[in-house]
Design a protein around this ligand. Structure first.
Ligand code: S3P
Length: 174
């Protein structure tokens, strides 16, 4: 099964994705890493050189390539579901899982992870929470189109991975 993990920056897509892939014995793929390999540049450099428009275009191309995978866990970039028809593309190609997390929790987790994220790196500590609140509000209509929505506030990573694995099992039985 092809599984796309979606959700805001800092919600745990990559960490949990890696655990889950190990558990299920399938490949783990990270969209941002694939994009960086493809462009030979970091996400931050791509944003600086081509702007967000260029970044979203490359992101879309990486996603198009990913849809031909048969079995993998894919950690998507936080903005990926919210541009073009990317969310529809993912829903057609496989199982989409939204890691839902409150802006307060996200802000706490992102305070130290701002530097490598172009959309956040210039925000002061005070600005961060306001930006995340607004941005999540805009993005949620896309995220909520996921087939499985997990409320991640206060839930341990290993439990989330376990929950997804269980969901997949029940789907197989149906
Ligand atoms: C982005 C999220 C990042 C990365 C880029 C833009 C976003 O990925 O794709 O910095 O718009 O939310 P992560 O969600 O892995 O941080």
């Amino acid at each position: 099964m092809l599984i796309f993990l979606v959700g805001y920056m800092g919600c745990g897509k990559s960490t949990i994705g890696r655990t889950l892939a190990k558990q299920l014995g399938v490949r783990f793929l990270d969209m941002d890493t694939l994009l960086e390999q493809r462009c030979g540049k970091s996400v931050a450099e791509i944003f600086t050189e081509t702007g967000e428009t260029g970044f979203r275009q490359s992101e879309r191309e990486v996603l198009a390539e990913l849809t031909s995978e048969r079995e993998a866990i894919v950690a998507t970039g936080g903005g990926a579901p919210c541009f073009f028809d990317n969310m529809e593309t993912m829903n057609r190609a496989g199982l989409t899982v939204y890691f839902k997390m409150s802006p307060e929790k996200l802000a706490g987790r992102l305070e130290h992870g701002k530097a490598k994220r172009p959309l956040l790196r210039d925000k002061s500590e005070e600005e961060l929470i306001g930006f995340i609140r607004e941005n999540v509000a805009k993005r949620e209509k896309y995220y909520m189109q996921a087939k499985l929505i997990i409320d991640c506030d206060g839930v341990r990573d290993d439990y989330i991975a376990h929950h997804i694995a269980e969901y997949i099992e029940t789907k197989k039985e149906q």
